[in-house]
Design a protein around this ligand. Structure first.
Ligand code: PEP
Length: 250
């Protein structure tokens, strides 16, 4: 039985005072829950602030991206070591916004996954199809390509996969539990084939317009182990309700 895992992707929101307020509220509201793993993923500039606020709670810290190199002349980049240094345990890799706006590819995702794992971070690898890809019936081909390319040479310990249909991110148009489960079952099959019994511990999150009123229906699906939450993670009440709603599982 996999422990549910909810991560909040704060994207490019929250100055340090705003991050302090949000993280303090979440620490008070859901910081002691034991039956679920929760990670907050603020922007780089607020990582240390949030780390200090959630110290002593069960909340964990994650970043939204990292460099594939360890160090060097790479202006603007942030390494795994630097993320560990400010308290990160997790890192999101290959989010569709990075693929869409910043040229991220399956190959760069693969390099970043290797950098994260060798640097001691637990990666959350994002996959997902666009609306034209879904409508043309190629969803599973796209997911297979992203898994094949992204996970080449990657060990599966500590890996989390986030299935995030691009058409559901920030649109209010959530995938139905059945649509999500179909893709999650496909991902679970891919992982079993690639990793054998060791794949049993890999958690697969759903992401895309998760809200307090739809999370329970998603979480009862057999292959949905948690959620990666964007917009609704920026409000204390909605994120807390999502986390609590995710504990009522199967
Ligand atoms: C995300 O950014 O990963 C996401 C799923 O966003 P939202 O919840 O706003 O759709």
């Amino acid at each position: 039985m996999r422990k549910p895992f909810i991560a909040g992707n704060w994207k490019m929101y929250c100055t340090k005072p705003e991050a302090t307020k949000l993280a303090s509220g979440l620490a008070a509201s859901i910081g002691s829950l034991e039956e679920i793993d929760v990670a907050l993923c603020p922007p780089y500039t607020a990582l240390e602030t949030v780390h200090n606020v959630i110290a002593g709670t069960r909340l964990r810290l994650g970043a939204q991206d990292l460099a594939w190199e360890k160090e060097g002349a790479f202006t603007g980049e942030v390494s795994a070591l630097m993320l560990i240094d400010v308290g990160c345990e997790f890192v999101i890799i290959g989010h569709s916004e990075r693929r869409q706006f910043f040229g991220e590819t399956d190959q760069s995702v693969n390099r970043k996954l290797k950098a994260a794992i060798s640097g001691g971070l637990d990666p959350i690898m994002c996959v997902g199809e666009t609306l034209p890809e879904r409508e043309s019936g190629s969803t599973l081909d796209v997911i297979r390509r992203q898994l094949d390319g992204g996970l080449t040479g990657i060990a599966c310990e500590k890996l989390t996969i986030a299935y995030e249909p691009v058409w559901a991110i920030g649109t209010g148009r959530v995938a139905t539990p059945e649509q999500a489960q179909d893709v999650h079952a496909f991902i679970r099959g891919w992982l079993n084939h690639a990793y054998g019994p060791a794949a049993g511990g890999i958690r697969i999150q759903y992401g895309g317009s998760v809200k307090p009123d739809n999370v329970a229906g998603l979480m009862v699906q057999p292959d949905i182990d948690g959620a990666l939450v964007g917009g609704a993670s920026l409000k204390i009440e909605s994120f807390s309700d999502i986390v609590r709603g995710s504990t009522k599982r199967k």
